[in-house]
Design a protein around this ligand. Structure first.
Ligand code: ADP
Ligand code: MG
Length: 356
């Protein structure tokens, strides 16, 4: 995994069950220390931390904007919102509402759409772009097409060039922002919705939005393709559930740990040992997370003290990913320095010979 940006976001305390809020003993734009009920301190560092007053526009700017500009050049990217139910994943991804007109409430998706069309409008006429949108959800380990509900068990197939293919999933060509938003809105309305303790309308499925950008330059026969995948994961709670809800919770938990294991393995360079086949979410993300793709992970956190144990799990996962990617960066820069030194030494020896 080449490039991963890990951030955390705390939403404001606006829900009834938020109760007493978390106490920050210290905080700045990249790190913070949380003080728990036993006065213990927990310090975390990320690429960026967004607090309760953070703006949707700032989250977009740091997390997504560079990926949007890169997908137009054919570089794939993935943006994942992670965290317990009610922590603000969907608010970050969609906004207060996908059709939201008030700019400050707009989430990542409408902003991705805006910037995509803006970037391609600035490219000259010699370049032709096609932007396609697919939307699927993974519910109880079945991939459902959110743009065509009759396709409720989409198969995932490995593909030499694109890494992964969602066989027969609907891909719709979008020609402007308005069309894209209408499509997103109808897809979102098709999501499987259940009731969880913390958030009545929370979805019990992972939702995956795939923007495919095809670029064709006049006089060049080649068409380059970039994919930008946005993933709104579901939370893994509802432990006191029974019946179907319990089955849902178990399935969700299993797929989330498969994803965590995969990211861990990718970052620690143990890709060969990874079983991508563990779950549907890992199989779908295999193409965008493996290799030299760019990833942004947002750990969404509730502000309530009573949610602290879950929040801690979310933050620990993010911190592990951050630490591993920092280690990787340090290793590769060390390798570069060593290579340079070896090269310079060889040059010096040659020069020495010549002078002799
Ligand atoms: P999740 O998708 O993680 O389950 P939601 O995004 O649905 O959580 O957020 C739970 C509630 O909190 C929703 O009512 C949402 O509108 C609200 N909310 C989340 N984040 C923010 C925020 N940054 N500002 C204002 N309201 C927020
Ligand atoms: Mg949600």
């Amino acid at each position: 995994m080449a490039n991963i940006r890990v951030c955390a976001r705390f939403r404001p305390a606006i829900l009834q069950d938020d109760g007493e809020v978390l106490h920050f003993a210290r905080s700045d734009s990249r790190s913070f220390t949380l003080q728990d009920e036993n006065d213990e301190h927990h310090t975390f560092s990320f690429d960026k931390v967004f607090y309760k007053d953070s703006e949707q526009a700032d989250v977009y700017e740091f997390l997504a904007s560079h990926l949007v500009r890169d997908v137009v050049k054919g570089i794939n990217g993935t943006i994942i919102t992670y965290g317990e139910t009610g922590a603000g994943k969907t608010y970050t991804m969609e906004g207060a509402n996908i059709m939201e007109t008030e700019n400050y409430k707009k989430g990542l998706l409408p902003r991705v759409v805006d910037e995509l069309f803006e970037v391609i409008s600035l490219c000259g006429e010699a370049t032709a772009y096609k932007i396609k949108l697919s939307m699927v959800e993974i519910y109880m380990e079945r991939v459902r097409d959110l743009l065509d509900l009759s396709k409720d068990n989409i198969q995932i197939e490995e593909h030499e060039e694109h890494g992964m293919l969602l066989c027969g999933s609907t891909e719709i060509l979008i020609s402007d922002g308005e069309e894209a938003l209408k499509l997103l809105s109808s897809g979102i309305a098709n999501r499987a919705v259940g009731e969880s303790k913390t958030n009545k309308a929370s979805s019990r499925s992972h939702c995956i939005y795939i923007f495919t950008v095809e670029k064709e330059v006049a006089n060049e026969k080649r068409v380059s393709t970039g994919k930008l995948v946005l993933v709104d994961l579901t939370g893994s709670e509802t432990t006191d559930a029974d019946g179907r809800a319990l089955e849902e919770a178990k399935t969700i938990k299993k797929s989330l740990s498969a994803l965590e294991n995969m990211i861990d393995a990718l970052i620690s360079g143990q890709e060969n040992h990874i079983s991508f086949r563990d779950s549907k979410i890992t199989r779908i993300l295999q193409a965008t997370l493996g290799g030299s793709f760019q990833t942004a992970l947002l750990c969404c956190c509730s502000p309530g003290l009573c949610h602290f144990p879950k929040t801690l799990c979310t933050l620990l996962f993010g911190a592990r990913i951050k630490a591993l990617s920092a280690f990787n960066e340090a290793m590769s820069s060390m390798k570069e320095t060593t290579e340079k030194l070896v090269y310079t030494t060889a040059e010096l020896l040659r020069e020495n010979q010549r002078l002799k």
